[in-house]
Design a protein around this ligand. Structure first.
Ligand code: SF4
Length: 296
């Protein structure tokens, strides 16, 4: 059932992909580059017609002069990579066989609403803990309310699962709450992601079921986690990969966050990337819903 390497969830589900925050260490952008890429777009243009820009404009590329207006895409059916020769089948059938391959990120890292993915949770009958939109910021300022509402509606159609949301723009939670568009249910969890003390603070009182994901931890943080909107859970992780300028956190930085979490009785989950820093024996893998492991 587990379909992700992310330790604190069972599955990821990406009805929306793409993000404009531009974090230097972004893992999602790297994945998209590996599986997508603008070089493929011209071919799509020739072969596909079941996509559109969310603003109704059929133009494919940014006008650099109006870059402040984000380009958003909506896809109602999967797009496919152009046919390519399937060598194994060709050999087996003695004639040339071409295979189409689904394109997970046909518009590169531009925000894209894959509407055809909305029913995936309904098809998963066994309960899962799902990280919603691991390849996007669903609550980025550029995302239309209507996309978010459709995602929430899909979650409500499959109440057997637990849904974890994360954003670098927690202000949007508050705006949606004020507009009575934010569901408050036991199985919906709203998280803020941050990497340093300057991250966006959370205005007002915490929402129902909130958490914070501090990853990658880039500096010593001496601040109450409540100011970032978390009341139940803190996930902590170090940067992975070999990026130039990569920051390796110190054990004291991790200890300080644990201290802040303990003060308000929050659960702490340390990602495996912290093992070399704090030591296996000091790792904490707690969940706020009282489970000590996933896939129970
Ligand atoms: S917020 Fe997340 S998805 Fe967006 S650029 Fe930063 S790391 Fe990437």
């Amino acid at each position: 059932m587990k379909n992700t390497k992310i330790e604190w969830c069972d599955s990821t589900w990406n009805p929306v992909t793409g993000c404009y925050h531009g974090c230097e260490y972004c893992y999602a952008r790297k994945i998209v580059k590996r599986f997508g890429g603008n070089d493929k777009l011209s071919t799509f243009r020739a072969f596909q017609c079941n996509w559109r820009r969310a603003d109704g404009n059929k133009g494919l590329f940014y006008d650099e002069a109006s870059r402040e207006k984000p380009m958003l895409f909506v896809i109602d059916k999967p797009l496919f990579l152009p046919s390519r020769l399937d060598k194994q089948k060709t050999k087996k059938y003695g004639r040339q066989i071409f295979e189409n391959k689904k394109a997970p990120y046909p518009f590169d890292f531009n925000p894209t609403f894959h509407r055809y993915r909305l029913d995936e949770p309904s098809r998963w009958t066994k309960p899962r803990t799902i990280f919603v939109c691991s390849m996007a910021d669903l609550f980025g300022s550029w995302v239309p309310d209507s996309w978010i509402e459709e995602v929430f509606a899909a979650c409500e159609k499959a109440p057997q699962h637990r849904y974890l949301f994360l954003t670098k723009n927690p202000q949007r939670y508050r705006e949606l709450e004020r507009a009575l568009k934010l569901p408050k249910r036991d199985n919906m969890w709203y998280g803020s992601t941050l990497d340093n003390m300057n991250a966006q603070r959370y205005p007002g009182r915490p929402l129902y079921n909130t958490f914070v994901s501090i990853e990658p931890l880039l500096e010593y943080m001496d601040v109450g986690l409540g100011s970032f909107g978390a009341d139940k859970w803190a996930i902590i992780g170090a940067e992975t990969g070999n990026r130039e300028g990569k920051v390796t956190p110190k054990k004291e930085w991790v200890d300080k966050i644990c201290e802040a979490a303990d003060l308000t009785h929050m659960a702490v989950f340390m990602k495996d990337s912290l093992i070399p820093i704090v030591g296996e024996g000091n790792m904490r893998r707690e969940f706020p819903w009282g489970r000590m492991c996933l896939n129970e």
